[in-house]
Design a protein around this ligand. Sequence first.
Ligand SMILES: Cc1cc2nc3c(=O)[nH]c(=O)nc-3n(C[C@H](O)[C@H](O)[C@H](O)COP(=O)(O)OP(=O)(O)OC[C@H]3O[C@@H](n4cnc5c(N)ncnc54)[C@H](O)[C@@H]3O)c2cc1C
Length: 454
Amino acid sequence: MKIAVIGSTHAGTAAVTNMANLYPEADITVYERNDNVSFLSCGLALYVGGVVNDAKGLFYSSPEQLQKLGVTMKMQHDVKEIDPVRKTIAAINLITGEQIYDHYDKLVITTGSWPVTPPIEGIDLENILLAKNYHQANTIIERSQHAQKVTVVGAGYIGVELVEAFEKAGKEVTLIDGADRILNKYLDEEFTNIVEEEFKTRNITLCMNETVKRFEGNEGHVNKVITNEGAYETDLVIMCVGFRPNTDLLKGKIDMLANGAIKVDEFMQTSDPSIYAAGDCCAVKYNPTGGHTYIPLATNAVRMGTLVARNLMEPTMKHVGTQGTSGLHIYGLNMASTGLTETSAKLTGIHVKSVTIEDTHRPAFMPTSENVKLKVAIDPQTRCILGAQVISKADVTQSINTMSVCIQTGMTIDELAYTDFFFQPHFNQPWNFLNKAGLEAQSNEPVPIPQPLG
Ligand SMILES: Cc1cc2nc3c(=O)[nH]c(=O)nc-3n(C[C@H](O)[C@H](O)[C@H](O)COP(=O)(O)OP(=O)(O)OC[C@H]3O[C@@H](n4cnc5c(N)ncnc54)[C@H](O)[C@@H]3O)c2cc1C
């Protein structure tokens, strides 16, 4: 059995390590255009901000480690063509320029995603950078040493994390986004307002509802960002406006969503039975709507990559889908969300009812306690939980993982009201705030504040 794998970051590394263990007799070859595997982009802002100093910690595998498992590693090899009929691939060795050809019995596509670069005038100027891989992280660090004014375009979680990193490094930071508020895909307004306040008190220039029209430069270096509203001087720009799946190799050859995300079944098999796919190059089943959508996250990538290995020879283990659960830590605020927000529900055309709970994370008799804001979205007809968001200076983000399970298992808000959660004054209240959301949903009256138990 000859297995070819294209791409080895999270989905690829998960697939390869598991396949090497499960099928020791298989001949596995990995094609990776980069010179490293398994870079944890989630640590990029921490690395840029100097919180993580040793870059080695941002990798959990290496070409040598995978080779020790018996895998042939073709590093710095760019796959240029796939012929699904002949089951062949053509690649270029990026060091020697040599063309190589290979064939496969099974092909694993883990080619991931690439940052979107809109066709904006001046986007090719020096010091307009992308933030995805290890080399880009190092370029950002190197260039930011000579930059005082930094502009981040895109206020998703990556842009927002970079804003904090640059501000903490003493830079003058401008954040531009065409949406009316930051993090609008992950959290509702009453949550993002809290984060925006933190930004404003630190003199970060927030340019919401603004679209970049062009970049201007001097001697090839960017020095101004022009939006529909104004002009901002800058020494460095980081583009963080989203990702697109890296799937041009298979366009028209297997089924994809309109944005190019590969459609896989619950066993990670594509519309071509010999081709499996996982990670950012794929669409995922989104449980809150039941549809397929594009949610590029490392969590989805490692699960899907592992499932490719388990299902490659025969269908054994189904993917349970995802809620797109994610978390974020900005200026001491801990936030997380899962499933639908009110905003995303509206955009999807789904009617939800929301319950919001404001509480302290532990009893008042404790020397300190922090406010918690929790919002749960439910289907008003079935009362099933469809989404939840939390924010607090206390780290209560694991509650959102609990809510993710509730969505996945189809739990109703009424069942949540009486679900058994532990109480211990260091951590929480006798009525957990998740219970309280359930109680609140059952009542039009505010839930009475229960007295702490002894
Ligand atoms: C700054 C940043 C922060 C993030 N933070 C988080 C986080 O906190 N939590 C979270 O869950 N997710 C986070 N993510 C998302 C996460 O990094 C991605 O979901 C994850 O990297 C996807 O893994 P993947 O293996 O599917 O794809 P990718 O990481 O995109 O890897 C694809 C690989 O395929 C290779 N490749 C592509 N085409 C070819 C070809 N033709 N030939 C050879 N090789 C090829 C590429 O070189 C690459 O190594 C973050 C992303 C970024 C950029």
